[in-house]
Design a binder for this molecule. Structure first.
Ligand code: DC
Length: 225
């Protein structure tokens, strides 16, 4: 594998398995995994704490300036730091997901977090996942993957995840939510989710995690000498 700094950009809709795969592939490659969704979530947590109305774009633009977001790694696992506090354990709630989905459409939020992501990738090799990594954040990434799966498959995976935790869920409702989130992510004005022209499409609907991992490693080896 190359000694020079390289980037693997993984984009795709929610529930396609991006973070699971990005994590394992980064480990195999011996490079860091940057979860950009966690940064948008940390920003959302800050805005909630500040009492910002999620429909108030001007307030989001003004307030996001005073959030200092950074990441560090503990035992290879990304930790998100918000104004000096490690908030990694606080950003996976429904409330934060909803705020993140709204606040991530804000241009001032995006400019700030994209800058941080670009700085990280310029310093060290990364596997970075998100919605706009191959198209906007790292347009020159050596490897670009667009990971997707049918909405029914993604809904079933989420349903099984919740069931494993003993939580009750409605499969049809989960799929409806997924379709709505896809629509919002793909039709937003700034940095919508779309496959970069030079990205390799990997549809994981009928693949196991191991198969996806193997496929991605093969793509990386092919592109990074
Ligand atoms: O991948 P996730 O669910 O943790 O992302 C949280 C939110 O942030 C989600 O609404 C999509 C948004 N996001 C984004 O707009 N751009 C990224 N690069 C990553 C996430």
């Amino acid at each position: 594998m190359s000694d020079k700094v390289f980037s693997v950009a993984i984009d795709g809709p929610a529930g396609a398995g991006k973070s699971t795969i990005a994590k394992s592939v980064s480990k195999k490659l011996g490079v860091i995994y940057v979860d950009t969704g966690a940064m948008y979530r940390a920003m959302a947590l800050y805005l909630i704490r500040e009492g910002v109305d999620m429909e108030d774009a001007a307030a989001i633009s003004a307030k996001c300036k005073s959030a200092d977001i950074s990441i560090r790694f503990e035992d290879g696992v990304q930790q998100v730091i918000l104004n000096g506090e490690n908030v990694s354990g606080l950003i996976r709630t429904e409330q934060v997901s909803n705020m993140a989905s709204r606040s991530s459409v804000n241009p001032d939020v995006r400019v700030k977090l994209v800058e941080l992501q670009q700085k990280l990738a310029s310093e060290t090799s990364v596997v970075m996942d998100g919605r706009d990594i191959g198209t906007v954040v790292l347009p020159k990434a050596e490897v670009k993957i667009y990971l997707t799966a049918g909405s029914a498959v993604r809904a079933k995976r989420r349903y099984d995840e919740l069931a494993a935790k003993g939580e009750k869920a409605d499969l049809a409702q989960i799929e409806a939510d997924i379709i709505e989130r896809d629509r919002r992510d793909m039709t937003r004005e700034i940095s919508p989710l779309r496959q970069a022209e030079d990205a390799v499409l990997v549809d994981t609907s009928d693949m196991t995690v191991e198969e996806v991992e193997e496929r991605l490693l093969a793509i990386v080896k092919d592109k990074v000498e």
